[in-house]
Design a protein around this ligand. Structure first.
Ligand code: FAD
Ligand code: SF4
Ligand code: SF4
Length: 398
């Protein structure tokens, strides 16, 4: 793998003239295709219509009387799972790659939209339509940067494919669902991951340089349920940094404006969501939204062990205290951050309560961001479920 700082040669972002969402664009790739024609309705940052798309996709919108649904979206079931034989080099245990491979091998789909990396830079995304298990495996592990996954949409049409699996994050899937009927497919499956705090390639470099002891050898990282960032390095070692020790003052502007304005953390419009944040440490979190999602999960039964999801602790006080701390860019000295991490890991929220902690912290922060920077968008852009979540907390007036 070539040196990481070759990201400097990476393609510059496309001119905003081809990006109607301008600085809010998350580079989902739609505008690289002739489907740009539908951008006004499809772009997650121009028209928020998650409830309507939920009805079209899952036959109903989320039940706002159920706390689990306003947090985690329409679902039939939630489970914790892990592969009994994990895929080496996957982000977690490789459930996403395994489902995709199984679907291809069984002929359920003819191709899989996923994202590999460029030869020069392990973190520079290269979306592809995979047609072999090897190509799917080569796309394993997160490219923790904005990725134009939908830029391959025209190739689907040209290839004549009729059955497709798309793997992607919330903003990509909202645009995909809006143009789904135009793609000429007989069957579309969508396998989503949760997503939050994404960055441009330059932003990623700043995060690595500010946070890791060896930025050039990082192969992947994750903000884990034990309140630490875990960096995996080329030599197989793991470095952990407590959340509370992050240099918040320097990192405040590192996240892309799209991601500071995003309220689809849990990928509401996927058929099946595979993440980790609602599961105990070391396990993956599976949310089946509809029958297609269950069909995909059924393929894994002899490859995974499962256990019920659990919930423990009370997040609310910790979230309330984090709001002004984040706003003021407070950074704790490392000894205090480590101590705080140990205490909160022992008594803090776990399982689904950890997921709610993460959703609450991000939605309150993002709500303030939109209110301050795009006040004219606030009312229409923030979905009802997110308004309900934010209203549980006291936010600064301005
Ligand atoms: P693998 O088998 O390793 O497969 C990973 C798949 O992700 C690949 O198929 C690849 O095509 C796809 N992918 C990689 N990068 C991107 C990208 N930039 N855009 C779209 N697709 C991509 N889960 C949580 O529970 N909480 C979070 O806060 C959270 N944040 C995330 C942020 C990002 C940017 C991404 C991409 C994922 C995030 N996830 C989060 C999901 C989680 O990190 C794992 O990806 C998921 O659990 C699947 O693990 P796996 O081992 O099964 O995946
Ligand atoms: Fe176009 Fe996607 Fe950017 Fe919206 S987020 S402007 S649809 S590329
Ligand atoms: Fe898209 Fe939201 Fe992820 Fe940003 S945080 S890449 S806007 S899904």
């Amino acid at each position: 793998m070539a040196a990481i700082d070759s990201h400097k040669k990476a393609k510059a972002l496309k001119p905003t003239s081809r990006r109607p969402a301008k600085e809010l664009c998350s580079e989902c790739g739609l505008c690289d295709t002739h489907y740009i024609h539908y951008v006004k309705d499809a772009c997650a940052f121009l028209t928020q219509h998650i409830a309507e798309l939920e009805e079209e996709t899952h036959d109903r919108s989320r039940n706002l009387d159920s706390e689990d649904e306003w947090y985690f979206g329409v679902h039939q079931s939630m489970t914790a799972a892990r592969k009994t034989e994990p895929i080496a080099g996957a982000q977690w245990t490789g459930i996403v790659s395994s489902i995709a491979i199984e679907m291809l091998n069984r002929g359920m789909v003819e191709g899989v939209v996923c994202v590999q990396n460029t030869e020069e830079d392990r973190f520079q995304p290269k979306p592809i339509i995979a047609r072999t298990p090897e190509e799917i495996l080569a796309a394993r592990v997160n490219k923790p940067t904005l990725s134009p996954n939908l830029s391959v949409l025209e190739q689907i049409e040209q290839s004549g494919m009729k059955r497709l699996l798309v793997i992607g994050v919330g903003c990509q899937i909202q645009a995909l669902r809006t143009v789904e009927k135009q793609l000429g497919l007989e069957k579309l499956y969508v396998l989503g991951t949760p997503c939050v705090d994404n960055v441009t390639r330059a932003g990623l470099q700043k995060f690595l340089d500010t946070t890791s002891r060896s930025p050039s050898t990082v192969v992947s990282y994750e903000f884990m349920q034990d309140f630490r960032v875990h960096f995996k390095h080329e030599d197989g070692s793991t470095e952990t940094v407590p959340f509370f020790g992050l240099k918040t003052n320097q990192l405040k502007d590192v996240f892309a404006p799209s991601c500071m304005s995003c309220f689809d953390y849990v990928n509401s419009l996927a058929d099946l969501v595979v993440g980790y944040m609602g599961a105990p440490f070391g396990w993956q979190w599976l949310v089946v939204r509809n029958d297609r999602g269950q069909e995909m999960l059924d393929l894994m039964q002899d490859q995974i062990e499962t256990k019920p999801v659990m919930s423990q602790g009370d997040r609310k006080e910790a979230v309330q205290q984090s709001i002004p701390a984040y706003d003021k860019g407070v950074t704790l000295p490392m000894w205090a951050a480590k101590l705080m991490g140990v205490v909160i890991e022992r008594i803090g929220p776990k399982g689904l309560e950890y997921a709610r902690f993460s959703i609450d912290s991000h939605f309150t922060r993002n709500y303030l961001y939109v209110k301050r920077n795009y006040p004219e968008k606030l009312e229409a852009h923030v979905p009802e479920y997110a308004k309900r979540i934010v209203s549980q907390y006291k936010l600064p007036e301005k």
